[in-house]
Design a protein around this ligand. Structure first.
Ligand code: ATP
Length: 233
């Protein structure tokens, strides 16, 4: 579905991504783990052309994305839930969800109900201003809003950041539910343990390079990964 070859991205003279190859097969969950500043967010942002790539190729169903406008890329079914919870604080929950579907003209009712079924908390609070939601609720809303564009490929940048363990579990359950319903997922996580458990395939990124890859299970059992990312217990 998505095939990245030899991608390089630099900010000024500083190379954040140094020639990576990465594949996301349709229907899979792929995760990208790595320490702070490794280039994970930069990789996702370059896929939707929020940062300009220096060289390489980003092919989506065989079509080159590099250089296309972000809106054109989103139109093709790729959505990014960025790090941090970018909801519109002065709009209600329901208004935030409707904005997620701004490019669609068909009926939204069914999709809003589907999101409310996944996140009953949002339904209870549909008239509440998003800025007054708790951190976990805002994250649910950010995920829900991304789903309103009905992406084929949902990319999530650290959805569990700063959330309580129970909420993290809820988010990971929902990622799996979306995947079972056919959505392809590319996930960045600091919480490597949870991410590897649900991932079909995983890449480890260190200072802009892929240093290791394998199935989620393989990396969960890899001694060097355990030491660097999973704690020693
Ligand atoms: P984290 O887990 O901390 O979010 P990350 O793996 O997502 O890290 P990136 O955010 O992709 O890492 O950053 C990679 C490198 O690029 C870092 O050294 C960062 O300081 C640098 N960088 C990111 N954005 C910019 C920018 N807009 N201008 C200059 N340098 C940047």
């Amino acid at each position: 579905m998505l095939k990245i070859s030899n991608l390089e991205v630099a900010y000024g003279g500083i190379e954040a991504v140094r020639g990576i190859d990465l594949e996301v097969p349709e229907g899979s969950i792929v995760t990208l783990i790595g320490s702070n500043g490794a280039g994970k967010s930069t990789t996702l942002r370059s896929i939707v052309n929020l940062v300009k790539s220096k060289s390489g190729s980003i092919s989506y169903f065989g079509e080159e994305l590099m250089g296309l406008d972000t809106t054109k890329i989103v139109d093709k079914g790729i959505t990014l839930v960025p790090e941090g919870r970018h909801v519109f604080p002065d709009l209600t929950v329901l208004e935030n969800l409707k904005i997620g579907a701004y490019m669609r003209k068909d009926s939204l009712k069914e999709d809003i109900q589907m999101i409310y079924n996944l996140f009953p908390r949002l339904e209870e609070r549909s008239w509440q201003l998003a800025g007054t939601l708790s951190g976990g609720e805002q994250q649910m809303l950010a995920v829900g809003r991304a789903m309103m564009s009905r992406p084929k490929l949902l990319m999530m940048d650290e959805p569990s950041l700063g959330l309580a363990p129970l909420v993290v579990k809820g988010i990971f359950d929902i990622i799996q539910t979306l995947n079972k319903e056919g959505m392809t997922i590319l996930l960045i996580e600091q919480n490597a343990n949870s991410a590897l458990k649900i991932a079909d395939y995983a890449y480890v990124l260190e200072t802009g390079k892929i240093t290791k890859q394998g199935t989620g299970k393989e990396l969960l059992n890899d001694e060097s990964i355990k030491e660097a990312y999973l704690g020693k217990s």
